[in-house]
Design a binder for this molecule. Structure first.
Ligand code: SAM
Length: 326
């Protein structure tokens, strides 16, 4: 069975948000003001996620990325990963801030996780603390070290660049990549921040990052999968790889193969969807597998052609990144 939308895009990737809670308060994502979390009863139980993933795998999902909020703050994550693996998910990964990773990455790999993405927005401790509003720099670096020493492959490090905040670190990140033989991905800042501070001027484009790095270290394109979000490059000399995720300046919606499941059981067909689709009430209302699959097929058929960030009158979605699952 193949999940295909009305534009002929095959849907093979699922991002699963397992919590809306996070132990960081990154300035480009969450507000400094207290935010309310969804009550625990609104969050899907692990068994509910597993049922949905089983159905989605039956419909053609091959890759699952676990995210949040911060996925590592939800107890029971390793057991969930093992269940997903047993359901036949071919490519199982997670996006994490890395804070709780060092002591758990071997267990995650043993449970069946294939690879991992760790967020790191500054190599400067004080700045890292200002961005994340935490004092966790050493633990995150230890998380990256432990991931690199584990069976998780590849280890990717993600930085969201924001003009005036960390855009002067592009070259330092490239050096970090080269010295550690990492895959470093630069993500354009998207209008999904809780403070609604995003402006186009704050976006550091992939083209700028490419120019600045290749001026110092010539880059060679790496062939990538059509639906991959990043344009990938290796260094002509030396180790490491960079990926440019240019969601704002060069949207890749035409090749999008993704669905997102929020922690409260809503299916989203785009990060920027205006509406999401409630699967939790089906799960809890006694729907059969067949009824849930029919609903998923109907939702996917309506997947939007693309986000509209670059169109006049664009309005960001009401849910911000931490509530959608990045
Ligand atoms: N807590 C995990 C983490 O820190 O990676 C996973 C969830 S986080 C929402 C997932 C990714 O979204 C992170 O790489 C984060 O940097 C990114 N992100 C959050 N807000 C963003 C924004 N406004 N624009 C671009 N990326 C954003």
């Amino acid at each position: 069975m193949a999940l295909t939308d009305k534009f002929g895009r095959q849907i093979t990737d699922l991002r699963v948000s397992v919590t809306d809670r996070c132990n960081f308060r990154c300035v480009y994502c969450r507000s400094a003001n207290p935010e309310t979390h969804m009550p625990a009863k609104d969050l899907l139980e692990w068994e509910e996620y597993e049922r949905l993933v089983r159905l989605l795998v039956g419909l053609g999902i091959r890759k699952v990325r676990v995210t949040g909020g911060e996925p590592m703050v939800r107890p029971g994550l390793e057991g969930f990963i093992a269940h997903l693996k047993a359901l036949g998910v071919q490519d199982l990964s997670m996006t994490t801030n890395g804070y709780l990773l060092a002591s758990r990455c071997n267990d995650l790999a043993a449970a069946g996780m294939n690879r991992i993405n760790i967020s790191l927005d500054s190599l400067n401790r004080e700045r890292f603390e200002r961005i994340t509003r935490t004092k966790t720099f050493d633990q995150v670096i230890a998380g990256i070290d432990a991931a690199q020493a584990s069976n998780l492959r590849p280890v990717k490090v993600n930085a969201v660049l924001v003009r005036g905040i960390n855009d002067d670190e592009v070259e330092a990140f490239a050096e970090f990549t080269r010295s550690r033989d990492l895959i470093m991905r630069f993500i354009e800042f998207m209008p999904l921040d809780a403070d609604r501070a995003w402006t186009r001027e704050m976006v550091v484009t992939g083209a700028e990052v490419h120019k600045r790095i290749s001026d110092r270290w010539p880059l060679v394109p790496v062939v990538h999968e059509r639906s991959e979000t990043a344009r990938r490059y290796r260094f002509a000399e030396g180790r490491g790889e960079i990926g440019l995720i240019s969601s704002v300046s060069q949207p890749f919606c035409g090749q999008c193969s993704r669905l997102r499941l929020t922690a409260d059981g809503k299916l989203r067909t785009c990060l920027f969807s205006k509406e999401d689709h409630d699967l939790r009430s089906l799960l809890r209302g006694g729907a059969t597998d067949r009824e849930i699959c029919d609903e998923i097929l109907a939702i996917v058929a309506q997947k939007e052609k693309g986000h509209r960030i670059n169109e006049p009158g664009f309005l960001p979605p009401s849910r911000t990144m931490v509530f959608i699952g990045g």
